[in-house]
Design a protein around this ligand. Structure first.
Ligand code: FES
Ligand SMILES: [Fe+2]
Length: 384
């Protein structure tokens, strides 16, 4: 197992923290207005900017299993059709017919060489081209090329499918966008993993509250007192600013064993839970032997979708392996549920007026970095 220079630095930093009884900190506390979680105008602006201009993870490569496969996605409020064409390239389109707007395919997934609209049977191929229409004479000599499906920027990188849910805007350079995370993501072999479970939850809380649950580990020994608390160092972790993304390394207590080992023998993965925030709403959460991909999407000012995939290195071949991964899955569902129950309780308390702002402590570093990046995007300083 190889280690990167960044990971060596992370280990050195956490070992220093364990010796000194310290952790990574921001220079100052931050105050976040409660309207962030309640104001419909703020949400409308966030949807328009964060959830239209930036790439969102839509799935794992395995979900487009070979040419002529597809799946649909409606979670962002935009009907999206995602295909793998005959050359194996991932494409995304508005799932909207160019004749009179019917939804082209119900999905949710399958294989198809063409998509035929249920209304009048205009037919499109996997590249979105309009291939045929019944009784074409009624449309004179229309330019079929101009009536292809509206394409959305779509990319397959690091075993994941990324889509920008808007056709408007500048071309998106996904490699430049993901560059700060690329070394780590490339080392995970996400494309070699298989989806063990995927699930989607409607939760009654503003999307920020779900997001923030993964941006600090200060809460582990509160919210996860009987689950995650004992598995990690308490409120001692390392943050690597990958603006606008963030790498959050939460160490297992066994990390101190590395102190007695020569640096040349160090490995990082067995000693950390790594929560990677990928702006604006994506997480790649790396456990010691498997990976979770989360996406958090607002559906209202006080509701959101939490979507998760559990990825494992290979499909279980034995009952023992199946049980092992199932147990991991059961634990994570319990832990995430602890986060969401707290998040929903916060949402219920917002209207009491008890707080006009929330305090982000100096060691809740991910909240600082994530919130700053979101403000930068909303105020036009950050573009993909
Ligand atoms: S709306 Fe699709 S063919 Fe008419
Ligand atoms: Fe949590």
């Amino acid at each position: 197992m190889s280690i990167t220079a960044e990971e060596t630095d992370i280990i050195k930093t956490i070992l220093a923290h364990t010796q000194a009884g310290t952790t990574d900190m921001q220079p100052d506390m931050m105050r976040n207005p409660v309207t962030t979680y309640t104001d419909p105008d703020i949400l409308a602006q966030e949807v328009e900017v964060l959830f239209r201009k930036f790439p969102i993870i839509m799935g794992h490569s395995e979900q487009l299993d070979g040419p002529a496969s597809y799946f649909t996605n409606d979670e962002l409020g935009v009907p999206i059709l995602i295909t793998r064409n005959n050359d194996g390239v991932v494409k995304a389109f508005m799932n909207v017919c160019r004749h009179r707007g019917a939804r082209l395919t119900e999905g949710p997934c399958g294989t198809a060489k063409t998509f035929s609209c249920p209304y009048h049977k205009w037919t499109y191929d996997l590249n979105g081209n309009l291939r045929g229409l019944p009784h074409a004479a009624g449309f004179g000599d229309i330019d079929k090329k101009a009536l292809g499906l509206v394409e959305l920027p779509a990319f397959e990188r690091f075993g994941l499918i990324w889509v920008r849910p808007s056709a408007d805007g500048e071309p998106l350079d996904i490699d430049a966008w993901l560059a700060p995370m690329a070394e780590q993501l490339a080392g995970l072999d996400i494309e070699g993993h298989t989806v063990f479970k995927s699930w989607s939850l409607d939760r009654k809380m503003n999307w920020h509250l779900a997001l923030e649950g993964f941006q600090e580990s200060y809460h582990f020994c509160g919210a996860h007192e009987h689950t995650a608390c004992s598995a990690y160092l308490d409120n001692q972790c390392v943050w690597t600013d990958k603006y606008p993304h963030v790498r959050h390394s939460v160490a297992l207590p066994t990390v101190v064993d590395l102190k007695d080992q020569p640096e040349s023998d160090w490995t990082a993965r067995p000693y950390f839970l790594t929560q990677n925030y990928i702006f604006p709403c994506n997480y790649v959460q790396v456990q010691t032997d498997h990976i979770y991909i989360h996406t958090i999407i607002p559906t209202g000012v006080d509701t959101c979708i939490f979507k998760c995939m559990m990825l494992i290195p290979e499909a279980p071949k034995t009952e023992k392996a199946e049980r092992y991964w199932q147990k991991n899955y059961d634990v994570i569902r319990t832990v995430f549920n602890e986060d969401f129950e707290i998040g929903e309780s916060i949402q219920k308390g917002l209207d009491t007026g008890a707080n006009s702002e929330f305090l982000f402590g100096r060691y809740e570093v991910g909240l600082h970095l994530g919130t700053k990046a979101i403000h930068d995007a909303l105020e036009g300083r950050l573009r993909p």
